[in-house]
Design a protein around this ligand. Structure first.
Ligand SMILES: NC(=O)c1ccc[n+]([C@@H]2O[C@H](COP(=O)([O-])OP(=O)(O)OC[C@H]3O[C@@H](n4cnc5c(N)ncnc54)[C@H](OP(=O)(O)O)[C@@H]3O)[C@@H](O)[C@H]2O)c1
Length: 299
C-alpha cells in the first residue's frame, strides 16, 4: 500500500479530533454470548457499529443479536465459533469480511480461567486454555490484519486482565495466557503502527460475570468442583468494562484499566516486585483456604 493511500484512509478512519470514528464500522466481538463480550458488543452497537458476534452458544448469540438490532437498529451477524479451534477463528474473520466487505475492529474477548497450582495443573487443561485465550486470538489477528491493511487501518482489542500484569496464585495457568497475550500485543502494536492498525490491551479487574463458573479446576481429585462460583467477590458491572473498551478504541489507547483501584494495583506490582511477592504468599494461603471451603461445602 502506498503511503498516500494509507494517509487518506487514516483521515477517513479518524475525525478531526484524532479519535476513531465508530459509526458504521464493522466490529467482530468474540465471547459475545454473555459477560464482558456481550457488554462490549452493546457499547459498540450504541455507537452505531455493525457487529459480528462469536461464541459457541448459537442460541444465546441470537438472543443478544436480536436485542441489539431492536435497541440500536444496527446490523448484526452471528457466527457460532469455537475460538479454541484455530481454523474456526480464521473462518470467523472470513465470514465477517464476506458478509460486510471489511473488518474494522476485532475484539478478542473470548476466554476462560484455569485454577490449580503450577506443580499440579493438568497440562492438557493448560493447553486448552492457551488455545482459547492465546492461539485463537492470534489466529483471528492474523486473519484480520491483511483486511485492515487493505482498508488503511483498524483496531485490534485484546482483552487481558490485571492478572496479565502480575501473578495470580492458584491461577498461574490463566496468568500465563494473559502474559503471553500482553507480549504478543506489544510486539504487534509496534509492527502494525505503519499500517495504521491500533492494538489495544484492555485489563479489567474483577468483573461480575459467570467467568469463575466456566473456569477449569485443574487439581488432582478436585474435578468435582468444576463450575462453581469461587471468586473473591462480585466486581464491577460488565457494562462498565464495555464502555471503557469503547473509549479506549475511540481514543486509540495503548492499554486500558477500568477502575482506579486496578490501575493502582498494577502500579504497585510493577514498582514493588519484592513486596508483591511477599503479598502473593499470603494471597496463596487465603485462596487455598477458600478453595478448600468451597470444595468441602460441596461434599
Ligand atoms: N470476569 C472477570 O473478573 C475478568 C477479569 C479480567 C479479565 N477477564 C477476561 O474477560 C474476558 C471475558 O470474560 P467474562 O468475565 O465475560 O467471562 P464469561 O462470562 O465466562 O464469558 C466468556 C465468553 O467467552 C466465550 N467463550 C468461552 N470459551 C470459548 C471458546 N472456546 N470459543 C468461543 N467463545 C468462547 C463464552 O461463550 P460460549 O460459552 O458461548 O462459547 C462467553 O461468551 C475473558 O478473556 C477473561 O479472561 C475477565
Amino acid at each position: 500500500m502506498s503511503h498516500s493511500s494509507s494517509m487518506s484512509n487514516n483521515i477517513l478512519r479518524t475525525n478531526d479530533t484524532g479519535n476513531v470514528e465508530l459509526n458504521g464500522k464493522v466490529a467482530v466481538v468474540t465471547g459475545a454470548s454473555r459477560g464482558i463480550g456481550e457488554a462490549i458488543a452493546a457499547a459498540l452497537a450504541a455507537e452505531g457499529c455493525r457487529l459480528v458476534l462469536a461464541a459457541r452458544s448459537a442460541d444465546r448469540l441470537q438472543e443478544v443479536a436480536d436485542e441489539l438490532r431492536v435497541r440500536h437498529g444496527v446490523e448484526v451477524l452471528v457466527v457460532p465459533t469455537d475460538m479454541g479451534e484455530e481454523r474456526q477463528s480464521r473462518d470467523l474473520i472470513e465470514a465477517a469480511a464476506g458478509h460486510f466487505g471489511t473488518v474494522d475492529i476485532l475484539v478478542n474477548n473470548a476466554g476462560m480461567g484455569i485454577f490449580g497450582s503450577m506443580d499440579e495443573l493438568h497440562l492438557d487443561d493448560l493447553r486448552l486454555v492457551f488455545s482459547v485465550n492465546f492461539f485463537g486470538p492470534m489466529a483471528a489477528l492474523q486473519a484480520a490484519v491483511p483486511i485492515m491493511r487493505r482498508n488503511g487501518g483498524g483496531t485490534i482489542v485484546n482483552v487481558s486482565s490485571i492478572v496479565g500484569k502480575f501473578a495470580q496464585p492458584l491461577g498461574g495457568g490463566y496468568t500465563a495466557t494473559k502474559f503471553a497475550l500482553q507480549g504478543a500485543s506489544e510486539a504487534a502494536r509496534a509492527e502494525l503502527k505503519r499500517d495504521n492498525i491500533d492494538v489495544v490491551l484492555v485489563c479489567p479487574g474483577l468483573t461480575d460475570t459467570e467467568f469463575s463458573q466456566h473456569s477449569r479446576i485443574s487439581v488432582p481429585g478436585a474435578e468435582h468442583r468444576q463450575g462453581e462460583r469461587h471468586s473473591l467477590g462480585r466486581g464491577v458491572e460488565p457494562e462498565r468494562v464495555g464502555r471503557r473498551t469503547v473509549r479506549a478504541i475511540r481514543k486509540r489507547e495503548r492499554e486500558a484499566y477500568v477502575t482506579l483501584f486496578d490501575r493502582a494495583l498494577v502500579w504497585f506490582a510493577i514498582h514493588f516486585p519484592g513486596l508483591l511477592q511477599w503479598v502473593l504468599v499470603y494471597v496463596t494461603r487465603y485462596r487455598r483456604r477458600r478453595f478448600e471451603e468451597v470444595g468441602s461445602s460441596k461434599q
